[in-house]
Ligand binder design. Structure first.
Ligand SMILES: Cc1cc2nc3c(=O)[nH]c(=O)nc-3n(C[C@H](O)[C@H](O)[C@H](O)COP(=O)(O)OP(=O)(O)OC[C@H]3O[C@@H](n4cnc5c(N)ncnc54)[C@H](O)[C@@H]3O)c2cc1C
Length: 339
């Protein structure tokens, strides 16, 4: 393989129901930095049906080029068909780097493409940089239960690939005046490329704000002692509602069956990056911190003044969450004229 033939840092843009996922923009921001570091350009690959109008949004967030596969057959995500499209793209355009969001779709698609192309993929990265050689991407991810950060490279094969968790990097500001190239591509698909058939979309998690998209998260841990604080009428849910936010949880609370795993924050849960994260009765284990230290502002409420969560918070309240949280809610209601 002549590595010099492979150029461009490409983000696999993910859209759902005609809306680009935030992680695509976050990856473009990072892709741009990597591309600058290796003297290359950054682009995006956009797959779906009626998705061409989204290309300008990708350009506004940093893409120099957007390759669009717009085809009715690609209206719903399909593992084998989307993989085929990306493998064809690789053979035709010869990209150097593929950045994929570590979403449900990205975690399904990335490894399949990497395996088909016989290259390496670093999953669930939390850091990206360029090696001293000025051309190899260094993929950083937690390893050994989060106790070490491993740096992984793919020096001999292309594309260099990794999945990156949503909310790890900040979304860059959009520049609506940015210009770039939109290249329409043809998806060469036959029935044999679809090994599964889309039947119906069943949305999980019910209504309400999802933690990965929330600006405010009120999270509870083992010290909340039961399911009640997490649900309607409970103290965590009430504080979250007053702030227009979502309820999150530590794994201890999820494992206890107090709240659904969709709300779990941390290494084996979601990575979140809200403007405000209020951690209530959560000790601050490293696996929990892995999912929330990207928050703009962290408030910790814990009755143990030595709890590790106080080392990462912006504001710490030593006290009983069952006393502090209702007082906080009442004060916010009063300040908002809701009392
Ligand atoms: C491979 C692996 C992956 C993991 N992934 C995750 C993950 O994704 N997310 C995650 O959260 N954890 C994860 N964990 C578990 C993690 O190690 C901790 O066990 C877990 O985060 C602890 O949850 P906690 O802070 O709620 O409970 P604890 O550590 O038991 O802490 C409870 C805290 O509540 C305080 N407290 C008690 N009562 C009150 C009160 N009334 N008011 C105020 N404070 C009070 C206590 O002082 C204590 O600090 C993982 C572990 C492993 C090994």
């Amino acid at each position: 393989m002549d590595l010099a033939e492979y150029k461009g840092v490409y983000v696999i843009a993910e859209q759902f129901e005609g809306k680009l996922r935030n992680v695509s923009f976050e990856l473009l921001g990072q892709g741009r930095k990597l591309a600058d570091g290796i003297g290359d350009e950054v682009g995006a690959v956009l797959i779906g049906y009626n998705v061409k109008p989204l290309a300008q949004e990708l350009i506004a967030h940093g893409a120099h080029k957007v390759y669009v596969y717009d085809d009715e057959k690609l209206a719903n995500y399909n593992t084998t068909a989307y993989s085929k499209v990306l493998c064809d793209f690789f053979h035709e355009v010869k990209p150097n780097v593929f950045l994929v969001g570590a979403t449900n779709i990205g975690r399904d698609l990335g490894p399949r493409v990497a395996n088909s192309l016989k290259t390496g993929l670093t999953a669930d990265c939390t850091g990206l940089s360029v090696d001293e050689d000025g051309k190899t991407i260094v993929w950083t991810r937690p390893a050994l239960g989060g106790n070490i950060m491993a740096e992984i490279i793919c020096p001999d094969n292309r594309p260099q690939m990794g999945t990156v968790r949503p909310n790890v990097f900040k979304k860059p500001e959009a520049d609506p005046s940015a210009t770039g190239e939109v290249i329409e591509m043809e998806a060469k698909l036959s029935d044999a490329d679809f090994m599964t058939k889309f039947v119906e979309l069943i949305k999980m998690g019910g209504e309400g704000v999802k933690i990965e998209e929330a600006d405010v998260i009120v999270a509870g841990g083992r010290g909340m002692n039961g399911a009640e604080p997490f649900v309607g009428g409970g103290i965590l849910k009430e504080l979250a509602d007053v702030l227009g936010g979502a309820v999150g949880a530590s794994r201890a609370a999820v494992d206890a069956g107090w709240i659904d795993a969709l709300h779990q924050v941390g290494q084996t849960g979601k990575t979140v990056g809200p403007k405000l994260y209020i951690a209530c009765a959560i000790s601050g284990a490293i696996q929990h911190l892995a999912g929330m230290t990207g928050s703009d502002c962290i408030i910790a409420i814990n009755k143990d003044e030595d709890a590790p969560i106080f080392k990462v918070c912006d504001y710490g309240i030593v006290g009983d969450a069952f006393e502090v949280v209702p007082k906080l809610t009442a004060a916010i209601k009063a300040a908002k004229g809701m009392a």
